[in-house]
Design a protein around this ligand. Structure first.
Ligand SMILES: *Cc1c(COP(=O)(O)O)cnc(C)c1O
Length: 409
């Protein structure tokens, strides 16, 4: 049985070229690229008219529901280069008690390596394999490094990973166990990124930092494609996305645009809410200041380590998508994040990661402030399994040899 039935034939892909997200300058496909000449992310462009003629919604719906059903809208040319660990479509889980009747959690914790970083890294590593890369380095707050290590080890690419020294212990260990060389750095993710950049400039490795290679975004884009299909080709009214580097938010926005050009959805878009933690909210500040780029956030701190990103190279793309959508960027306190995680676990039986908790906390605040109504259909992104994060202690014990007070249990 193939791990992935959508990959049993070498279907065509339709990439035409890559394009600088800032200047629109064109770059050749099928060559190794990092950032554009002006130091900004490159976006992959497709022959959408040809895709429109080649496949229909009905044809797509007849395929198994995993990530590779979107094959024609993805960049990998040859099926053999796809380094799959089984990238399933993630469910939309209702959380009626903690979130209300029009609130669904897109539970990305079910993906390989327990986070949605798998979507981006399966694509980026498959492309690295296709383009002959042998050695990759990456800065990470944990989950991206774990996904990189898993996929790269699977296809024999060497990886070196740098993470802040207070990255959750389980992340550092899973990265090491999955075959990367991992180093703890006494700084934040952008300090780790500087080390990766220096080594890349010396030709030691290929730089896999967020948005510094073009293909992670294409993997993350599948979240938007899935949402469209899951909602019957009518998008939800609002999306709450925990925003670090913003890859997923930018990717979904790109997906919606491509789907509209295919004629599969109309022009209506969800309001995009970029959710950050109060202790690290550079995008929120830039949004409120009405500017296009965000300053580095000094002294960044939050329990939601996945969104502890003081500086994002795609800041202007995040801000543009949020503004065009009519949404906002908003920050939530760690205490409210913790409360949201507890409420969702106790009342709905769904264990969120802290970043997922942040989206629930933000949704609650947005409801209170009238930014969304309880009639709006809302999707919250839970981007990793809650099992990877520290949980409150549970120390009650029983002495099997002593008297047991059954009434007190
Ligand atoms: C990486 C990560 C995020 C942020 O994702 P971006 O697309 O980089 O903004 C949010 N939550 C978790 C759990 C993550 O690992």
């Amino acid at each position: 049985m193939a791990i992935n039935p959508n990959l049993t034939t070498d279907r065509a892909t339709f990439v035409t070229h890559l394009e600088c997200s800032m200047t629109g300058e064109r770059y050749e496909a099928d060559q190794l690229h990092g950032l554009s000449r002006v130091g900004r992310p490159l976006l992959v462009r497709y022959e959408l008219d040809t895709i429109k003629a080649a496949i229909t919604r009905a044809l797509l719906e007849a395929r198994p529901t995993d990530m590779w059903r979107w094959r024609e809208l993805l960049p990998v040319r040859h099926t053999d280069n796809v380094v799959s660990l089984g990238e399933i479509e993630t469910p939309l889980v209702p959380i009626p008690a903690a979130g209300g009747i029009n609130c669904w959690v897109k539970d990305e914790g079910r993906l390989p390596t327990g986070s949605f970083k798998a979507r981006g890294l399966v694509m980026a590593v498959s492309m690295a394999k296709e383009l002959g890369v042998k050695r990759i380095a990456m800065p990470t707050n944990g989950n991206a490094g774990a996904a990189l290590a898993a996929y790269a080890s699977r296809c024999g690419i060497e990886t070196i990973v740098f993470c802040p020294d207070d990255t959750p212990e389980i992340n550092v260990r899973e990265i090491a166990l999955q075959g990367a060389r991992v180093y703890r750095v006494n700084g934040l993710i952008d300090d780790c990124g500087a080390i990766v950049g220096k080594g890349a400039a010396e030709g030691r490795w290929f730089d896999f930092s967020t948005l510094k290679e073009p293909y992670r975004i294409e993997g993350k884009k599948t979240m938007g494609l899935e949402l469209a299909a899951q909602f019957g080709w009518k998008l939800p009214d609002a999306i709450f996305y925990p925003t670090g580097g913003g890859t997923g938010l930018i990717g979904m926005w790109k997906a919606f645009d491509e789907l509209e050009k295919l004629g599969w959805i109309g022009p209506r878009r969800p309001k995009m809410f970029a959710v950050q933690a109060s202790g690290c909210a550079p995008i929120v500040k830039a949004f409120n200041d009405g500017v296009e780029h965000a300053d580095r956030w000094e002294g960044a701190h939050t329990i939601a380590s996945g969104i502890r990103v003081p500086r994002a190279v795609g800041d202007f793309l995040i801000l543009r998508a949020v503004r065009e959508s009519g949404g906002i960027a908003m920050a939530v306190d760690d205490a409210l994040i913790e409360q949201a995680v507890v409420d969702c676990a106790r009342q709905d039986g769904l264990l969120l990661c802290p970043e997922g908790g942040a989206t629930l906390a933000a949704y609650r605040a947005a409801l209170k402030d009238g930014l969304v109504s309880s009639d709006d259909k809302v999707v919250l992104f839970n981007c990793a399994t809650g099992l990877k994060y520290p949980m409150p202690e549970a120390n009650d014990a029983i002495d099997k040899d002593g008297p047991i007070d059954f009434d007190a249990l």
